[in-house]
Design a protein around this ligand. Structure first.
Ligand code: 13P
Length: 346
């Protein structure tokens, strides 16, 4: 550790990412994930197709009105538009702060069948330094927590939660040392047939352990953003919850487990439809007006991008229509932050 962290600079960036009712565009799909989504949409899985798609996202007119920051991936942070402008510069020109996914993916956790731990701490200091030189101002690391059963055992195990929360805290400390705002993402997955109550309990337990680890590793909460899941029943659950119930459970869980010093909270969408994700965020703002200690916003990938990807289909002729769909979802989420979103089909 050399030198004192410029905490004021970190706090400024963290606050800018959640200011003015804006939120983040997650466009940090790893190459295998991007290819999987392209394959499902019938788009060729090439470097050029991935570059062209990311250019479409970044150059969407007026995107900066609702998007404060965009999360890039190692491949993307080094790419340029057709006109030769680096993606980092194109984002800055649009008034959007560039960020970068820095974890190396979730791998099976030894000794814990069915559970994963996210890798990437080795050599992270050097990689963060390079990303900062390339223009990133914040970073993201995702841990995944599965709910379920393996034999007689209930998931998640204490061992899996411990390993992931410790790793997230080590990552966050390294980011702050280098001068990047860490986005800390402990995602409780929607896969499974669990109830909303079970998701609430696991999310609360995970977040409580996470903040203990962040404290132990001396991470400054004012210079950090949390990216949690919403509290939802599993995709395979028979339980149907209303938008109001989800909003109530999610914010109640966060109020019990996230210190007010945290600069902001920006949700992942996790497999919800675009309309569901926006409706839930909207209801949280309506039901908890004046009672939120932190800015509460979005950092969606699928719930912002999916309609645009479906329209694009890899064709130049569809770029403008795809950009309109992206703009619509981004501005819908800004409206949700203001409690003014009205769901309608895109
Ligand atoms: P989704 O919004 O598609 O869940 O993705 C957010 C994200 O960044 C996952 O790491």
């Amino acid at each position: 550790m050399d030198g004192v962290i410029n905490m004021n600079e970190l706090i400024k960036i963290a606050r800018a990412l959640v200011a003015n009712d804006k939120g983040l565009l997650a466009m940090d799909e790893s190459t295998p994930t991007a290819n999987k989504r392209f394959a499902a949409a019938g788009i060729p899985q090439t470097v050029e197709a991935r570059r062209a798609y990311r250019e479409l996202l970044i150059t969407t007119p007026r995107l900066g009105e609702s998007i404060s920051g965009a999360i890039l991936y190692d491949e993307t942070i080094r790419q340029q538009t057709k006109a030769g402008v680096s993606f980092v510069d194109a984002l800055k020109q649009a008034g959007i702060i560039p960020g970068i996914k820095v974890d190396l993916g979730a791998k099976p956790l030894a000794g814990f069948p069915g559970e994963k731990v996210t890798e990437g701490l080795d050599g992270l200091r050097e990689r963060l330094t390079e990303y900062k030189q390339l223009g990133a101002r914040f970073a993201k690391w995702r841990a995944v927590i599965a709910i379920g059963t393996v034999g007689p055992e209930q998931l998640p195990s204490g061992g899996c939660l411990d390993a992931n929360m410790h790793t997230l805290a080590r990552y966050a400390a390294l980011c702050q040392e280098v001068g990047l705002v860490p986005i800390v993402e402990p995602e409780v997955l929607m896969e499974g047939d669990h109830t909303l109550d079970r998701c609430f309990a696991v999310t609360q337990q995970g977040l409580t352990m996470l903040f203990t680890q962040l404290y132990t590793q001396r991470v400054r909460l004012e210079g950090l953003l949390l990216k949690p899941n919403m509290v939802l029943a599993g995709k395979g659950s028979f339980e149907q919850n209303t938008v109001e119930q989800v909003a109530d459970a999610t914010v109640t869980c966060l109020l019990r487990s996230v210190p007010p010093a945290v600069a902001g909270i920006a949700f992942l969408s996790g497999g919800q439809s675009p309309e569901q994700a926006s409706s839930h965020l909207n209801a949280m703002h309506n039901q908890f007006t004046g009672r939120l200690p932190w800015p509460l916003t979005f950092s969606f990938a699928r719930a912002i991008q999916q309609p645009a990807l479906d329209i694009w289909k890899g064709q130049d002729a569809n770029v403008a229509a795809a950009q309109q769909a992206l703009f619509y979802r981004a501005s819908s989420n800004r409206a949700a932050r203001q409690g003014q979103y009205q769901a309608k089909r895109t």
